[in-house]
Design a protein around this ligand. Structure first.
Ligand code: MG
Length: 357
């Protein structure tokens, strides 16, 4: 396989990109070029800090090396970030590098990433999706046919517990269920903002609304709380978008802290880690539903490794990732193109709207 001759990184920012950490600390684009001119692309996170990790530490560990032993690269790069960030920003940055190496691996073999992950994968393949919404269900989603996940974790309120807060949550679930009808899947996402008492009270009160799961009800660090939920909560608990590496997922799996695992391939450590998480979850008979799975970076794994494929709607502002298939009538089609099948405008690495190194 060809030798790596360049590693570039930039931070594309679009006009509709949200004015929070998802932009400032998010979405960096990595390009890894091989000596034959093939370029692999990946999206990671960490913003300018992530770019600095790549440029000052990871890049030097890849230049002039064979592009192929991707898992070996992951091993060396993850050791390199150990002293300053085996989780968080550095792992988000490494994720982008790993995905770019997987894209390169696919392109060099003239196969999609899905075909590399599973030679028997069916392509094209229609994958069902669900739509994540904030505040309430917009009319176009109410008329659609997909599942809906309602965000109940934000909203600017500082009082995120107590009877009035639980009342307001129940009311919003009731409204959402009314908007989408009784047969479509409905789930909620608390984004780590509730406490144990709120979650248990909420789960009892919404029993008749048939929720598929409650996502990240508690802060990540409250493993005792999650353990209690795993025993007492009647609604399945989902989570994992803020957990880094397969190693850290192992505890969640072993202790059955979540029923549904939701790694984000652009943060968790890339495809190399997502593959391990799928294998371990499969062994433990737990379901994997990757965070923003409809984006091409996860979609290949969902198509290739998942016997109950379901993809979450992606980030609409990341429209600089060309080649991303649209969700039509509730399903998304995995394209049959080498690598991840993304198309990237090289001008992003030079544009004035882009921060770059
Ligand atoms: Mg979430």
């Amino acid at each position: 396989m060809p030798t790596i001759c360049d590693v570039r990184v930039c931070q594309p920012i679009t006009a509709n990109s949200p004015g929070d950490w998802r932009t400032s600390i998010g979405q960096i684009l990595v390009a890894i070029e091989a000596i034959d001119g093939t370029i692999g692309y990946g999206v990671g996170g960490g913003g300018l800090a992530g770019m600095h990790v790549i440029d000052s530490v990871l890049k030097g560990l890849l230049l002039d090396r064979d592009s192929e032993p991707v898992e070996e690269h992951w091993s060396r790069l993850s050791k390199a970030v150990l002293p300053f960030g085996p989780e968080g920003i550095a792992m988000m940055a490494l994720s982008g590098v790993d995905l770019a190496l997987w894209d390169l691996r696919g392109k060099c073999n003239q196969k999609s990433v899905a075909q590399i992950l599973n030679p028997d994968v069916q392509i094209p393949q229609s994958i069902p999706t669900y739509q994540t919404v904030w505040e309430s269900v917009p009319p176009e989603i109410a008329e659609a046919t997909t599942g809906v996940k309602l965000h109940l974790g934000a909203g600017g309120s500082s009082n995120l517990s107590g009877p009035a807060f639980v009342d307001s949550l129940v009311q919003r679930v009731e409204q959402a269920r009314e908007a989408i009808g009784k047969n479509r899947p409905l789930m909620v996402d608390a984004w780590m903002t509730w406490n144990l008492e709120t979650t248990l009270e909420f789960s009892t009160r919404v029993e008749s609304f048939n929720l598929e799961w409650i996502e990240e009800p508690l802060p990540l660090t409250d493993t005792a709380g999650y353990e209690t939920l795993s025993r007492q909560c009647t609604i399945p608990i989902a989570g994992g978008e803020h957990i880094f590496t397969a190693h850290n997922f192992q505890e969640i799996i072993d202790r059955r802290l979540h029923s549904i695992l939701q790694p984000d391939v652009c943060w968790v450590g890339g495809m190399t880690e997502l593959v391990k998480i799928y294998a371990r979850a499969c062994e433990a008979q737990l379901r994997v539903i990757p965070h923003r799975g409809a984006e091409l970076w996860s979609l290949h794994a969902i198509a290739a490794l998942d016997n109950q494929p379901l993809a979450e709607s992606g980030r609409p502002w990341m429209n600089w990732v060309g080649g991303q298939p649209e969700i039509v009538d509730g399903v998304i089609q995995l394209p049959n193109r080498p690598g991840f099948g993304v198309e990237i405008d090289q001008a992003l690495f030079h544009a004035s709207t882009t921060k770059r190194l």
